[in-house]
Each structure stands twice: as structure tokens, then as C-alpha cells.
Design a protein around this ligand. Structure first.
Ligand code: GCO
Length: 264
């Protein structure tokens, strides 16, 4: 009998920030692999309902819960509701995140703290409460969405880089503490993707757009669907002995120092 290592039938996956962008693309991948989706949104009931209906239009079983991943009271309440109304959470994708592009010397402390709160403290809070069930069942998959900025800095994204660098190390520590319960914790590090977050720097002819296309060996921005294979792999049996790894899906950008602009 052939076993499909990547089949997620019967699994329940919670994806934070799953109402748009990379989160939606990864959620679609998990849903198409058989998982039931639990989508978190932070602010808009309408956006959440639209996203849930979008998944359902493809025959994917989906539910939506509106809560702020940085508010521990809301997280506890909603994890309890999800486990009562939908079932035990097998897969947690910590995707929700924000970015603020400001030179460090000009950045307000409150803005710096907000980026770290959403991008680093949030994943800690929700993982702390989801993992309790995973520990009791001796099984679970946690995937933290890191970034190119977990490895490299860039002008104006210092707070985001600090948060995503921290999330890389938090991933390694979650793996260290929870692997003994048969919980695999890993990360995905997207390179530069065509999303609403990067829209301002992706305008045709924008110096950054040309820079990224030239700096990426694949010669293009990532398509959000390029992340589906990685998230299915790290959510499935195929990764049962993979712990604390960050899988970079970046078109090769981290593999190279780049090339002169006039070189093909
Ligand atoms: C930026 C971009 C990046 C990407 C992504 C790269 O301003 O440099 O927004 O941060 O969004 O995180 O991995």
C-alpha cells in the first residue's frame, strides 16, 4: 500500500494572518492537501468571512476566528473555542506579521516595540497555548514564518529584521524544548514575494524592484504559491525528523553575493 507522506487529510491547521497574501497562499496549499483550515484575522470580520468563503469555494473545510495574537486573553479564549468547535490543532502556522519601514535613528520606540510585539511576541503567545494540546497528544507541527531578514539586514527594516532574527532563534528553541514530545518546530524564510506588503517597493522601474530581480538568481519576485510545497512538507509526515530548520524559499538570493548590474 503506498503512503502519501504529504497527505494532510484529517489534520486541523491554524494559520494566523490567513486572510490575504502569503498566509492565504499557504492556507490554500494546506487545504488542497486535505487539512481543515482555521483562519485567524486580527481586525476585520468582513475580511475574515470573505477569506473563509474563498477557501470554501474550493471545497476546503474552513473556519474563521477573529482575535489579536498579541493579546494572551484573546488567544486563550479562542484556542479553547477552536478546540471545542472544530477540534484539536495539529498544525500551527505563525504567519501574522507587520513591517514598518523607517530608518532606525528616526524610528519611534513605540513603533519598534509594535513590530516586535506582533512579529515575535505574538508567535510566542499563540505557540505557548497551542503547544499544550500538542504536548498532551505527543504530536504536532509548528511552522514560524521567518524572513530573508532573519539572516540579512536592509535599510529601514531594522525592527522587522530584529523580530524575524529573533523568530529564527525562537524556532530553534521551540524545537529544542518540544521535539521530545514528537512536535516538530521549523521555519519558512520567504525571499522577496509579490504581496501587498511589498507592493510599495515592487513598482515597475522602482530602483528596489530592479535591484531585487537582479539580486535573485531566479530573476523574479516570488509568487505566494511558491510557498505551498514548503508549508505542506513541514506540516506533514515527510518532516517528522526535521527540527529547528529554517527552509528559505527565496529564489537563491541567500546563496549568492549577487552579480554586477550589467552582467547577465
Ligand atoms: C522589505 C520587504 C521584506 C520582505 C520579506 C523578505 O521591505 O525588505 O518587505 O521584508 O517582505 O520579509 O523576506
Amino acid at each position: 500500500m503506498s503512503i502519501n507522506l504529504f497527505d494532510l487529510t484529517g489534520k486541523i491547521a491554524l494559520i494566523t494572518g490567513g486572510t490575504h497574501g502569503l498566509g492565504m497562499a499557504m492556507a490554500m496549499g494546506l487545504g488542497n492537501a486535505g487539512a481543515t483550515l482555521v483562519i485567524n484575522g486580527a481586525s476585520s470580520e468582513e475580511k475574515l468571512n470573505n477569506a473563509v468563503n474563498y477557501y470554501k469555494s474550493f471545497g476546503i473545510n474552513a473556519y474563521g476566528y477573529l482575535f489579536d495574537v498579541t493579546n494572551e486573553t484573546q488567544v486563550i479564549e479562542n484556542i479553547t473555542k477552536i478546540e471545542r468547535e472544530v477540534g484539536n490543532i495539529d498544525i500551527l502556522v505563525n504567519n501574522a506579521g507587520i513591517i514598518k519601514r523607517t530608518p532606525l535613528e528616526e524610528m519611534e520606540v513605540t513603533d519598534f516595540e509594535q513590530v516586535l510585539k506582533v512579529d515575535l511576541v505574538g508567535p510566542f503567545i499563540i505557540s505557548k497555548h497551542v503547544v499544550k494540546g500538542m504536548i498532551s497528544r505527543r504530536q504536532g507541527k509548528i511552522i514560524n514564518i521567518c524572513s530573508m531578514m532573519s539572516e540579512l539586514g536592509r535599510n529601514t527594516v531594522g525592527a522587522y529584521a530584529a523580530a524575524k532574527g529573533g523568530l529564527k532563534m525562537l524556532t530553534k528553541n521551540m524545537a529544542t524544548e518540544w521535539a521530545k514530545y514528537n512536535i516538530q518546530t521549523n521555519g519558512i524564510g520567504p525571499g522577496y514575494f509579490a504581496t501587498s506588503q511589498t507592493a510599495p517597493i515592487r513598482v515597475e522601474g522602482h530602483p528596489f524592484n530592479d535591484f531585487i530581480v537582479g539580486r535573485t538568481p531566479a530573476g523574479r519576485w516570488g509568487d505566494p504559491n511558491d510557498l505551498q510545497g514548503a508549508v505542506i512538507f513541514l506540516s506533514s509526515k515527510a518532516s517528522d525528523f526535521v527540527n529547528g530548520q529554517i527552509l528559505y524559499v527565496d529564489g537563491g538570493i541567500l546563496a549568492t553575493i549577487g552579480k554586477p548590474l550589467n552582467e547577465k
